[in-house]
Design a protein around this ligand. Sequence first.
Ligand code: GLN
Length: 380
Amino acid sequence: MNPIFSALQTSVFEVMSQLARETGAVNLGQGFPDDPGPEDVRRKAAEAVISGWNQYPPMMGLPELRHATAAHYKRWQGLDLDAETEIMVTSGATEAIAGALMALITPGDEVVLFEPMYDAYVPLVRRAGGIPKFVTLTPPAFGLTEAALAAAFSPKTRVVLFNNPLNPTATIFSDADLDLLADFCIRHDAVAICDEVWEHVVFDGRRHVPMLSRPGMRERTVKISSAGKIFSLTGWKVGLVMAAPPLMRVLAKAHQYITFTTPPNLQAAVAYGLGKDDSYFEGMRSDFQRSRDRFTEGLRGLGFSVLPSVGTYFLNVYIAPLGELDDVDFCRRLVMENGVAAIPVSAFYAQGAVKTVVRFCFAKRDATLDAALERLADRK
Ligand code: GLN
């Protein structure tokens, strides 16, 4: 048995969702929307299952999806990507991350990670033979400093893997942060693997800035996105990978021996969806933003100290002002005694830096949020 994986606990998302199912709790833990996602996109998938191609699609993805991806990122982020040589479809962003790490890391290479981080990163880095080097971001701003980067990067740095917008912090790296990080990548000849799945879920008029567009990064960035977050269809697992041809050629080798392809019917539906007009994307942002505001207000009304959320499905609260110093224990009691599932943010820190922040998913219908608030109001 591989000790890296056998020593791991079950993912906090699965644990909390399972507990929520068992206890009938309102599940604001694992991040997924209540709403079923755009009907026209789902209908396209259904049509493609019934009357389309259901055998292996091309290994790199359906040509129509690769072309739709190039057009989408030209329109939204001004990127010039060649559909033939710079775009690949994977079975979700997590496959893309796993494949990129396998493809780019030689055992002993160092990988810079920003904690708190998505729980899959460290096990995947380790299994690829990489040595994680952490930059610790702390609340309330979860900001980046040059000193922290200087301490994490070394001549052995091969990759920096990060999420932007960031789950679970609900923050976004500024242009200055990206350029600072770019400068470190260039000086250390490192590749940036950018998990940008939340790029469309940004609030208050913000626009996502991809690392790929920053000076000097075009040839050393792997950009990863996912239909799950673009269309609020988190179970679909259709990932989009973008990188310059020399990088893409190696990434494709990893993909070829992991999943090889991704269901063609879902790919056809995603190709259609990426061409939806701006109003769909603006509508999604404003709907989530409204839910964020509703839930923030409700929590503040109950005396919770809420941290700012500028993107993702999440917001965080400080629990220390409630006299609580252990987020895991707090979340366990919250689900068992109050019937609300949330995620302890310490699960996303590798080194135990922060234990008093709890993450809630607000990407829910008003009735769900209100039911959670009612239960929280009864908290003893
Ligand atoms: N991305 C989702 C979250 O952060 C969870 C995905 C998963 O369950 N692994 O809640």
